[in-house]
Design a protein around this ligand. Structure first.
Ligand SMILES: *Cc1c(COP(=O)(O)O)cnc(C)c1O
Length: 419
């Protein structure tokens, strides 16, 4: 590593809060599914900034949209609106197949979108004549973000414990277990009922784990019967990642050709193609009416710059036929990975793939085989990600070429051997 790169990493350590741990490289430039570090070393990016750079790096449509918009009107506050904001909301509602009366609230990140969803749940509970609809259900192994409300919905103890007390009323039930969910949806010993069930269509941070076919439609039915909102966190699964606009429309995710339309869903990551933006989509008039003037807000959310980027993402996914591409390349990549003896399981939803590595004879590298593969990958020019000691998560740009994906499958055995 050059002195510039190692010096910058050192200065990082001295000037940036240490919540992320030391970064592995200083990146300076990207193009398509390639990025380059400060030494000029090239990497093929199979993570896309954690499922964010859906169109890859420096896609001409994003560059054009953002450049034109910031040179025209970048920010106006929510005392005003702008055409990109209205158009992006319309596009998202149309893509979702949301009924008349559905609406969008724009935020700046996934955790903020989920905060808005949490407030939506509280408002639904607050409107209940019993005054006892106070509970919110999330799933074990769920990840919903790091702000206090989203953290209360997140399951991982290591993230939660240092920040207790968290907002109350949240219970976690095992995912994929409909009887457990139905039991939790019954009134508790004090007669309190459930305002909302909030879940990921596929759990990304947990290692790309989906649900048994019929689970999501079962949640839909059970929440409807119990008078609770069903809220999907599509922050990682949304915007084409699974080969459908949203996970709830993907047959692989739901186990059915019929979409499982929730009462609300949240978006972020891939929505802005790298520009920070999040959204809460309220499905139907009832959900849309729950948050009224003055009950929620944001200074930046939905500004012309971020929504112009979002529009460029939507238009490019459509113009380049990316949903079809993602489905085809995802199936091919998953099949090729499954055939490797180094791989014990593959969970694929479009270009969003959890890869479990087979146990290897002899001692595993410190921290596990998958983190070892990530390190070996960096040396060999790959940007990879491990969600656990034996699990890789692939979330490349939706635009990535087949040759890059094939080359990765061909390289994986050597990366495992080098880990
Ligand atoms: C990344 C993620 C979040 C948090 O998004 P931020 O933009 O990091 O706040 C929430 N939910 C899911 C499912 C995510 O993958």
């Amino acid at each position: 590593m050059s002195t510039t790169q190692s010096q910058l990493l050192q200065r990082y350590g001295a000037s940036l809060t240490g919540v992320f741990g030391p970064p592995s490289r200083v990146l300076v430039r990207g193009e398509g599914s390639r990025v380059w570090d400060a030494d000029g070393k090239e990497y093929t990016d199979l993570l896309a900034g954690i499922a964010v750079n859906s169109l890859g790096h420096a896609h001409p449509a994003i560059v054009r949209a953002v450049t034109e918009q910031v040179g025209t009107l970048g920010h106006v506050s929510n005392l005003f609106t702008s055409e990109p904001q209205v158009r992006l909301a319309e596009e998202l509602l149309a893509a979702a197949g949301a009924p008349e009366g559905s609406t969008v609230f724009f935020a700046n990140s996934g955790t903020e979108a989920n905060e808005a969803a949490f407030k939506l749940a509280r408002r639904h509970g607050g409107e209940d004549p019993s005054g006892r609809r106070t509970r919110v259900i999330a799933l074990e192994r769920a990840f919903h973000g790091r702000t206090m409300g989203a953290l209360a919905l997140t399951h991982k103890q290591a993230y939660r414990a240092p920040f207790e007390p968290l907002p109350g009323g949240v219970e976690h039930v095992p995912g994929g277990d409909l009887p457990a969910l139905r039991a939790a949806l019954a009134p508790d010993a004090d007669g309190a009922t459930v305002a909302a069930v909030l879940l990921e269509p596929v759990q990304g941070e947990a290692g790309v784990h989906g649900w048994p076919a019929g689970y999501l439609s079962g949640v839909r039915e059970a929440t409807r019967e119990a008078g609770a909102l069903m809220i999907l966190d599509e922050v990682q699964s949304g915007m084409g990642r699974t080969g459908a606009w949203f996970g709830f429309q993907s047959p692989e995710v739901t186990g059915s050709d019929v979409p499982v339309l929730p009462d609300a869903f949240t978006l972020a990551k891939g929505l802005g193609g790298g520009v920070p933006i999040g959204a809460l989509v309220c499905v139907g008039e009832r959900a849309s009416g729950l948050l009224t003037a003055g009950q929620h807000g944001t200074t930046f959310g939905g500004n012309p710059l971020a929504t112009a980027a979002g529009l460029a993402v939507v238009e490019t996914i459509r113009a380049e036929g990316l949903l079809e591409r993602v489905r085809a390349e995802g199936v091919r990549l998953a099949a090729r990975l499954s055939a490797l003896p180094e791989v014990s399981a593959v969970r694929a939803y479009g270009l969003w793939i959890g890869v479990d590595l087979a146990e290897r004879a002899g001692a595993d590298p410190e921290g596990g085989l998958a983190p070892g593969v990530v390190r070996a990958g960096l040396d060999a020019g790959w940007i990879l990600n491990a969600t656990g000691p034996a699990t890789l998560r692939l979330a490349p740009p939706l635009t990535i070429g087949r040759a890059d994906l094939d080359r990765f499958t061909d390289s994986l055995p050597a990366l495992v051997a080098a880990a």
